[in-house]
Each structure stands twice: as C-alpha cells, then as structure tokens.
Design a protein around this ligand. Structure first.
Ligand code: ZN
Length: 183
C-alpha cells in the first residue's frame, strides 16, 4: 500500500503554468478528494486560483477547473478584489426555495443558460485559517455555492442543462469539443 503524502496533488501542481480547463477536458469530470490540511501549498494554490478567476472575470472557480482534483473553491460574488472567499472541504447543509436564472462557467466560455437552483444555500467549510465556518448565501451567492459544489463532484453545466438549453447552445458546445480535439 502506498501512503500518499498529505496534499500531494497540490504540491505536484506547477502553479505558474495552471490554466482554466475547458469542456470537455476529462479532468473536469473527476470526483475530487478532500484537502488534508491547510498548509502553504493550499495557500499558494488559492492565490493562483484568484489570479486566474479575476483575470477571466469569473465570480467562482473550483480547483478541478485548474486540473487539481481536490475539494476546494474560491469565490467573489461581488467581484470586488477585496471580496475573496475560500471554501475548503465544503458541504452544503441547507438548501431552500428556488431561483431560475442565467448561469455561466469559466470552463464553458460564452455559454449561459437558465438553470434552476435553490435560492438559499448554507455551506459549511474550512477557511484558509484552518477553522471551520458556516455561511448562508442568497441569490447569486447561493447559485455560486451550488455551481462550485457540482464541480467538486465532476458535475458540469452541461449536465444541468435541459433539452432546450442544450439545443440552444449546440453550436457552442460542438465548437468547444472541436477546439479540445484540435489541441
Ligand atoms: Zn463552473
């Protein structure tokens, strides 16, 4: 039996060369494993993820989207540079009500579609300080929580699309597949 070093996946990542993976990269379909401990490697990965997220004008980014399949995501629902939220080993504890609105994803550039989500979501997670916390989000924040949690289980925007949304975005989805095949 091989004992994996804690956070080995994170330490193996070459941070400067990380980029946001696009559909249909198979790494986006992986079910992520928990982060062992909040150490320097986690802080460095989080820093790099915020850089990539803000540069791409995103409000949320999950670690598997940069090819590191661990359970953590970052978010900035207000898109303010000072609004930097980090969720390590998160889990949704309460989902209430419904909202239906346009949702996009940095791994699906230019695709937006109506997706039904809970309007209120409570998340329990560990922060960068290593302490557990809870946060309740409403509207967009709740949508981000649910979208990023999906990523950690390898569930993507395309898996949430209804038939109509899939048809409406057929061409864009095809072009993403072509671009991936041509890399
Ligand atoms: Zn996404």
């Amino acid at each position: 039996m091989v004992r994996m070093e804690p956070n080995a996946k994170i330490r193996q990542a070459d941070l400067p060369s990380l980029e946001i993976l696009r559909y249909p990269d198979p790494r986006l379909k992986e079910v992520c494993t928990p982060v062992d401990a909040v150490d320097e490697s986690v802080r460095a990965l989080v820093e790099r993820m915020f850089e990539l997220m803000f540069a791409s004008r995103g409000v949320g980014l999950a670690a598997p989207q940069v090819g590191v399949s661990v359970r953590l995501f970052v978010a900035s629902p207000t898109f303010e540079p000072s609004d930097r939220r980090v969720y390590i080993n998160p889990r949704l504890t309460v989902l209430e009500g419904t909202q239906e609105g346009d949702e996009g994803c940095l791994s699906f550039p230019n695709i937006y579609c109506k997706i039904k989500r809970a309007n209120l979501a409570t998340i329990a997670a560990v922060g960068l300080d290593g302490a557990e916390f809870q946060e309740t989000g409403e509207g967009l924040t709740a949508r981000i929580f649910q979208h990023e949690m999906d990523h950690l289980d390898g569930r993507l925007l395309v898996d949430r699309m209804g038939t109509v949304a899939k048809l409406a975005n057929r061409r864009l989805l095809h072009s993403l597949k072509d671009q991936f095949a041509a890399r």
